[in-house]
Design a protein. Structure first.
Length: 274
């Protein structure tokens, strides 16, 4: 009597169960390998769809926060350039005040006074030119405030206007000169007023810069914690995943051994019955 040794094994309930266990263990092992290789436990969206959605939203917020930090950094650079220009104007006005005072010296002759006036005009030109200075094509000084995006949700802050032109209008006017002792007295008053105005503007720039720095620091803390939250959700725990992989590998090996043993036992039984 002839018996097919394969058919009983293929139809064996025990073999089917072992094969199913082997397939399941192999799938889990592949998932662990993928998680370890990619560094993310969400490399397959079906693993945890809700967690994946949360992680993607966090990552998007992190990117927007980084963009806001870039805006804040550029605004801070803008303010720093403003301050540098105002410092130069302040020095020029200090010198103009000094020249206006010297021009009141009754011992000066016309030639001396003309030399002083030439320097005054040069410095007035410097101050006047500075009022039109730009940063990447954007005017540094105007009567309008600047709006800066400060966070990932599009929030903004208005930086106080720095209107240098109005502050130094009198000091750069052609009528402000030291060609005579009398005009030098009037010029000194004008230069002193301009010095006070520029000092006030520098204070405003400092306040703007401080606000930008504090906001940038806050964003950096926010971005750091958002990144930590995203990491907890999607990054692979290598210790835990390595342990799972070892367990799944053992399951695969055990299932293979059991399946082989099942086939051997069926074959022996069939041989005994033939």
């Amino acid at each position: 009597m002839s018996v097919d040794p394969i058919s009983p094994v293929a139809n064996s309930l025990v073999s089917d169960r072992i094969a199913a266990m082997l397939s399941n263990a192999h799938k889990k092992m592949q998932v662990s390998i993928s998680n370890l290789a990619s560094g993310s436990r969400l490399s397959n969206p079906s693993t945890d769809p809700a967690a994946l959605a949360q992680a993607l939203k966090l990552d998007a917020q992190i990117n927007r926060t980084s963009a806001a930090e870039t805006n804040l950094g550029n605004a801070e650079s803008f303010s720093n350039v403003q301050n540098g220009n105002l410092e130069t104007v302040g020095k020029a006005l200090d010198r103009l005040g000094e020249l206006a005072l010297r021009a009141q010296d009754f011992t000066l002759n016309n030639s001396d006074r003309a030399s002083i006036q030439a320097e005054v005009e040069a410095l007035q030109g410097l101050v006047s030119d500075t009022t039109g200075a730009t940063f990447n094509g954007v005017p540094l000084f105007s009567s309008d405030s600047q709006s800066v995006t400060t966070d990932s949700e599009g929030g903004s802050a208005a930086l106080g206007a720095i209107d240098l032109g109005s502050a130094v209008t009198g000091a750069t006017a052609s009528g402000t000169n030291v060609s005579t002792a009398g005009s030098a007295v009037d010029a000194l008053k004008t230069f002193r007023s301009a010095i006070e105005s520029v000092a006030s503007l520098r204070s405003s720039v400092g306040a703007n810069t401080q606000r930008l720095q504090f906001t940038s620091d806050s964003n950096a803390i926010s971005r750091e914690n958002l990144a930590a939250a995203s990491s907890r959700i999607q990054d692979t725990d290598f210790a835990a995943e390595s342990s799972k992989l070892a367990s799944h590998q053992a399951g695969v090996q055990s299932s293979v051994a059991s399946l082989i043993q099942s086939r051997v036992n069926s074959s022996v039984l069939i041989d005994a019955l033939v």
